[in-house]
Ligand binder design. Structure first.
Ligand code: CAA
Length: 382
């Protein structure tokens, strides 16, 4: 077993670390406060190759492994978890799904500009009545000649406002449950496609989330991804990888919480000494470090298994549920260590706690991850 990063992994760590510190961290508090989408930063991330890290270079990607991706996601999210989720959705949901399931024609048209970051993608599965119960959807795609006509509403779509292309899941054969769901790629400019207002969120406020409306949108049959009726299993298999991305985002938030806690506790003097001299503070810092290290090992194990083409969904769920809970605990303790100052908006400390919360919810709640883990155990162990 080798825990050393490769030269390539060290390089992406250094590049993303420097970018995060110099380009993302400075404006992160203001972007969160004013809900400003990080357009300039995302453009630079595209130039640096961060939007299609794992995609084969023949489709304009970086050709790196999933461990490199987790490292990059952690560093970006350490400075700005909003930029982290924009990157995560484009990489581990949209590009991954297209590279694995789309035809070469679709890859040429859509994957290439998405992997280079010239275009941005969104993944649109949830509906007002279907979140955790993802197959319980109403969006309908009816075949008419060489097109599908799509009607429906999707919600909580990350990147929904800024995306150029959207992966959409809709029913092509009603009445047969998940086997009637198919996946399509849709262009934002097509007639009948409309975008809802930006949601006003607790955290990751600089990223956009919205509803999408489809009113008789005419989609060429070439834009069906994978086979008809395979959409739901494609969505779940893709989410397995997405969960590694969100675990990495959570790790970034937790690591930022640890770093801020150490720095502040050494500066803040109470009762004539820095608060870091108190065991009550030291224990909190030690617990954060232990938990972050464990979450990082779990996340990299899931990434490694994916890179080895082994079944990794069980580990991805473990990594996501654990890393997101670590992020929540670390950021809450970070606020506690900062006291009144940490509770103030301008400190940027309470932002970590608000940003951490969503990692326990999107791309499958902690409860759904535990369900996936338990199902696997109950199936495999007699
Ligand atoms: N990979 C591939 N196929 C899978 C799979 C996986 N990981 N998990 C299950 N399947 C297959 C099953 O084998 C089954 O196929 P067959 O009938 O052919 O055997 C089919 O999918 C249905 O499986 P289940 O019966 O287990 O499905 P279920 O309805 O009980 O749901 C679930 C399972 C785990 C609860 C699933 O619905 C789930 O993960 N829900 C959470 C949804 C989610 O994560 N939503 C996130 C929204 S996207 C988002 O947040 C993005 C964003 O913008 C940031």
């Amino acid at each position: 077993m080798n825990f050393q990063l490769t030269e390539e992994q060290k390089l992406i760590q250094k590049t993303t670390q420097e970018f995060a510190d110099s380009e993302l961290a400075p404006g992160a508090i203001e972007r969160d406060e004013k809900k400003i989408w990080p357009r300039e930063a995302i453009n630079k991330m595209a130039e640096l190759g961060f939007m299609g890290i794992m995609v084969d270079p023949k489709w304009n990607g970086g050709g790196m492994d999933t461990i490199s991706y987790t490292i990059a996601m952690e560093e970006i999210s350490r400075a700005d978890a909003s930029a982290g989720v924009v990157m995560s959705v484009n990489n581990s949901l949209v590009c991954y799904l297209l590279e694995k399931y789309a035809s070469n024609t679709v890859k040429e048209t859509y994957l290439k500009p998405l992997a280079s970051g010239d275009k941005l993608g969104a993944f649109s599965l949830s509906e007002p009545q279907s979140g955790s119960d993802a197959s319980n959807m109403n969006a309908l795609a009816i075949k008419e000649g060489d097109h599908y006509i799509i009607n429906g509403t999707k919600n909580w779509v990350t990147n929904g406002i800024h995306a150029d292309y959207v992966l959409l899941f809709a029913i092509t054969t009603p009445g047969v449950g998940h086997k009637g769901i198919s996946c399509f790629i849709i262009e934002k400019e097509w007639d009948g496609f409309d975008i809802g207002k930006p949601e006003n969120k607790l955290g990751i406020r600089a990223s956009d989330t919205c509803e999408l409306y489809f009113d008789n949108v005419k989609v060429p049959e070439e834009n069906l991804i994978g086979k008809r009726g395979e959409g739901f299993t494609i969505a779940l298999a893709t989410l397995d990888g997405g969960r590694i991305g969100i675990a990495s985002q959570a790790l970034g938030i937790a690591q930022a919480s640890l770093k801020a806690s150490i720095t502040y506790s050494k500066e803040r003097v109470q009762f004539g000494k820095p608060i870091s001299a108190n065991q009550a503070i030291q224990y909190k810092i030690a617990d954060m470090a232990m938990e972050i290290e464990s979450a990082r090992l779990l996340t990299r194990k899931a990434a490694w298994m994916k890179d080895q083409h082994q079944s990794f969904g069980y580990y991805a769920s473990m990594a996501k549920v654990y890393a997101s809970e670590v992020a929540m605990r670390a950021s809450t303790q970070c606020v506690q260590i900062h006291g009144g100052y940490g509770y103030m908006r301008e400190s940027g400390i309470e932002r970590l706690m608000r940003d951490a919360k969503i990692t326990q919810i999107y791309e499958g709640t902690s409860e759904i991850q535990r369900l996936v883990i338990a199902r696997e155990l109950l199936q495999c162990i007699s």
